[in-house]
Design a protein around this ligand. Structure first.
Ligand code: S3P
Length: 425
């Protein structure tokens, strides 16, 4: 159980762990590339360690030297039939992206995960991958894991994503690497584009025309990847510093890919004092320092178009909204129901326990602020981002906030508590 108490201000210069999305992709692309890939600042959180385990299960040699990982890729046709079931733990990115690669393999793989993964929707990847020619079975006609995947002989498809999802887009793109012809994926709202950027850096044949990505069979070559700090982890401290007058926090070397920076736009709209400094580009990804000074925030309106650019930050944005003056409305965020937990119900239920004026909507939530946050016992639902968002509530509460089942934080941010102690006064 994590206990968090009120603090006076947030201050310091810190770094956050490596980006989760980029860490996963670096292991997967390296595994199907020719030659060695060295990954610096890899996120050693449980989700990304699951990706390493699964790729090892597929016969790839991966060595770990602290935060540096070396992957000895075997090329596009170098994976081997796993001897046992692959287990992705809690990681949706692992099961969905890896399924795209497995669709290109003639051997059989059975892939599953923890109870949260076994509740999450898989038809969204099974449908397009079956259309490409993969044989995919699973519980409830392939809607739920465990999934069995037997692929090979794929043909290219032209697919428009029914929901904005970087995981589905990436699964199809990765399968497209093994398919005959040009695979086209169209998205109506841009989701994170790390797969596109990294595939290009590894020599993949990928281009973009308007909102359609076109990919064809291409060999990939091992690279050096420098993983930027995860803006989704930085977000917890950004909100704490932005909403606490007198705070002054610098978070160094954070990934600032524009498909991920919706949190910065929203906090600025709420009146936050945020600046970016020392920006540079590495491996096709923008990186920079974020400087946040605390002040009073105001409520805002967050609608469908921006949701993919801040989807994982909504729990902590709800905390910012609770502290802001006026009403905040979040709509068009149905996808939150299909994350590690139902994040709409989870945040509304737990924030209410601390006396926050919050209402559940079918596709989001409405929060009336500012609130005097009380102490109490709250639940994480085994969801790392719910646990950390509730910890940020505790920094503003007039009594201790106790978060049960908080060990799930190690899924994306194993050093969360330590970093928090370093920056709170
Ligand atoms: C991710 C994409 C998003 C995000 C998840 C990571 C990725 O999921 O919520 O945490 O690495 O591609 P969806 O693609 O389901 O929106």
């Amino acid at each position: 159980m994590l206990r968090v108490n009120r603090v006076n201000k947030i201050q310091g210069i810190i770094a956050v762990p490596g980006d989760k999305s980029i860490s996963h992709r670096s292991i997967m692309l390296a595994s199907i590339s020719k030659g060695e890939t060295v990954i610096e600042n890899f996120l050693r959180g449980e989700d990304c360690l699951s990706t390493i385990d699964c790729c090892r299960g597929l016969g790839i040699r991966i060595e770990e030297e602290g935060k540096k990982i070396i992957v000895y890729g075997n090329g596009l046709s170098g994976l081997k039939e796993p001897e046992d079931v692959l287990n992705v733990g809690n990681s949706g990115t692992t099961i969905r992206l890896l399924s795209g690669i497995l669709a290109g393999q003639e051997f059989l793989t059975i892939i599953t995960g923890d109870s949260s993964i076994r509740r999450r929707p898989m038809a969204r990847i099974a449908t397009p991958l079956r259309e490409m020619g993969a044989i995919i079975e699973g519980r409830d006609n392939g809607r739920l894991a465990p999934l069995s995947i037997k692929g090979g002989g794929l043909k290219a498809i032209d697919y428009t994503l029914p929901v904005s999802s970087a995981q589905v887009k990436s699964a199809i793109m990765l399968a497209g690497l093994f398919a005959n012809g040009n695979t086209k994926v169209t998205e109506t709202t841009q989701s994170r584009d790390h797969t596109e950027r990294m595939l290009k850096a590894f020599g993949g044949n990928v281009k973009k025309e308007d909102n359609t990505i076109i990919i064809s069979k291409s060999d990939l070559y091992g690279q050096t990847v420098e993983v930027p700090g995860d803006i989704s982890s930085a977000a917890f401290f950004m909100v704490a510093a932005a909403a606490m007058p007198g705070s002054n926090l610098t978070i160094q070397k954070v990934g600032l890919n524009p498909t991920r920076t919706g949190i910065i736009d929203v906090l600025k709209k709420m009146g936050a004092d945020i600046e970016m400094e020392n920006s540079f580009v590495s491996g096709g990804e923008e990186i920079g320092d974020i400087i946040i000074r605390g002040c009073k925030l105001v409520g805002t309106c967050i609608e469908k178009e921006i949701i993919p650019r801040l989807i994982d930050e909504i729990p902590v944005i709800a905390v910012a909204a609770a502290l802001a003056e006026g009403k905040t409305t979040i709509t068009g965020a149905e996808e939150l129901k299909f994350k590690e937990s139902n994040r709409i119900t989870a945040m509304v239920t737990e924030m209410k326990k601390l006396g926050i004026n919050i209402t559940e909507l079918t596709d989001g939530m409405e929060i009336e602020g500012p609130n005097i946050i009380g102490g109490g016992n709250v639940e994480s639902y085994g969801d790392h981002r719910i646990a950390m968002a509730m910890a940020i509530c505790g920094l503003f509460a007039n009594d201790t906030v106790k978060i049960s089942n908080s060990e799930c934080i190690s899924i994306s941010f194993p050093q969360f508590e330590e970093r928090l102690k370093e920056i709170t006064l």
